[in-house]
Design a protein around this ligand. Structure first.
Ligand code: ADP
Length: 443
């Protein structure tokens, strides 16, 4: 505003002064023919000096005598501009005559290079000064008003923005204080502005944090639950041996199998922790999945004997890049589940083939199927469908088998799908990318 005011004031002043100057120049041109030099070498007037003009006009000879003046300047016996009167060139100057501000044009009068005197034309600057004054006051008032208005608007808008931030901060602190992660920061303003987006991002983080902590709590509860049974069995057996003061073979066997179960649980958990963090050490080699499948098939057939029929539906030669042992574990877990959950007399069919650039491995059983409500969760840690029905009949399942399979496959850039019909059976389908020549290390 200050810069703007200075520029406007400067331009207006210059333009007004130029107008006055050009009026003075025009008057000089009008007056010029009325002045001449007589034969005695003196200045003399041959006409009126625009008597009714508001311009002050004086003609001075070179000795400093006033030769003529206009009516408006009749009261003045001194030059309008005492400094400029002796100028060798036409000159415009501001001068004060009896405290009257004037713009004075002094024109030296000369003939053939000989000076004879000077003509002074003066214009009253009162109107220009008044106009300048009004402009100055207007600009100062407008500037002050604009500054005050900008400050007010700035303060109001900042206060509004900051109050939303303030509310968000208070809500966030309240959540921390009460430890209540189910609370969210209320959206007070429009959701698309900066504060709204910040609140949204914060709430999304809270969602994630809440889910994470709930998973963590469930996980700890599940681990605790899984640890309790074997520890109770071990403690019971130890107590018994202590009472009878001798080592009981049966009790030792019980302790041994529970310790084995605990070891397996710890191993599974560590494997899962590594796999979920994407840090599962995986050997990258060319794996002939058909051979692996046949190996597992032979092992599992022994396990299934007399209970369910295990057969191969179809087998193709399939090469993938990955870790043979881990892939074997996937197959063991899936086929093991098929055998475990299919009632006696049922059938588990394993197939391996290629679809496009993918290897497709399916394990289908005609068991009880998985309820649709459980399907989205079966790959979660410790999740067991229909808990009352099968709480690990053989005492071996922790609800970790499918999680481990899921993460191993994911670490091999593949994925697992499940399709299940209640009463008809379940099909697990593993998709893995086929090996393209050499296997690279970064898998
Ligand atoms: P578990 O140790 O209980 O077998 P899993 O992670 O292998 O744990 O499986 C999770 C749950 O998924 C099982 O408890 C079971 O309810 C269900 N499930 C897995 N495979 C099958 C299947 N072939 N038929 C029916 N239910 C199954």
């Amino acid at each position: 505003m200050i810069l703007f005011s200075v520029v406007i004031f400067g331009l207006a002043s210059v333009s007004l002064t130029e107008q006055i100057d050009s009026t003075l120049e025009r008057t000089w041109i009008d007056v010029q023919p009325s002045i001449r030099v007589n034969q005695a070498g003196e200045l003399e007037m041959v006409g009126d000096l625009a008597l009714d003009s508001s311009i002050f006009i004086q003609v001075w000879d070179r000795k400093g005598a006033l030769i003529a003046n206009s009516f408006s300047a009749s009261q003045l016996l001194r030059p309008l501009d005492p400094v400029g009167v002796s100028a060798a060139e036409p000159v415009f100057r501001d001068a004060f005559v009896d405290e009257l501000h004037m713009r004075v044009l002094t024109v030296p009068l000369e003939v053939g290079g000989r000076p004879f005197g000077a003509l002074q034309l003066g214009a009253n600057m009162a109107t220009v000064d008044a106009a300048r004054q009004i402009l100055l006051v207007t600009l100062v008032v407008a500037s002050l008003f604009s500054i005050a208005f900008a400050a007010l608007v700035g303060w109001l808008s900042t206060r509004q923005a900051l109050s939303a931030l303030d509310a968000a901060t208070r809500a966030a602190l309240e959540i921390t204080k009460t430890n209540d992660l189910s609370r969210r920061i209320p959206q007070s303003g429009p959701p698309e502005d900066e504060v709204g987006q910040l609140v949204q991002a914060f709430n999304l983080n809270l969602d994630r944090l809440e889910r994470l902590i709930a998973t963590q709590r469930r996980f700890i509860a599940d681990v605790g639950h899984e640890l309790r049974t074997p520890l109770t069995v071990i403690k019971g057996n130890v107590d018994l041996m202590r009472r009878i003061h001798e080592t009981d073979e049966e009790s030792l066997k019980g302790i041994g199998s529970e310790v084995e179960r605990l070891t397996r649980l710890v191993g599974d958990l560590m494997l899962l922790a590594q796999a979920e963090a994407g840090k599962l050490p995986i050997a990258t080699e060319l794996v002939d999945l058909d051979t692996v499948m046949l190996e597992v098939f032979r092992q599992m057939r022994v396990l299934a004997r007399g209970q369910v029929r295990l057969r191969i539906g179809g087998i193709d030669q399939v090469l993938v890049c990955g870790d043979r042992d881990r892939l074997k574990q996937v197959l063991v877990n899936l086929i093991g589940n098929g055998i475990k959950y299919t009632p006696a007399g049922g059938e588990v069919v394993v197939s391996l083939g290629k679809v496009g650039q993918q290897a497709r491995l399916t394990v289908t059983d005609n068991g009880p199927g998985i309820p649709p409500a459980d399907l989205p969760h079966i790959f979660e840690r410790f999740y067991r469908a229909e808990k009352s029905r099968v709480r690990s009949q053989d005492g071996k399942g922790f609800g970790l088998g499918l999680s481990i399979a899921y993460w191993i496959v994911k670490n091999h850039q593949g994925h697992i799908e499940v399709d299940s019909d209640i009463g008809k059976g379940t099909t697990f389908c593993v998709w893995l990318p086929l090996a393209k020549g050499e296997c690279r290390e970064e898998l």
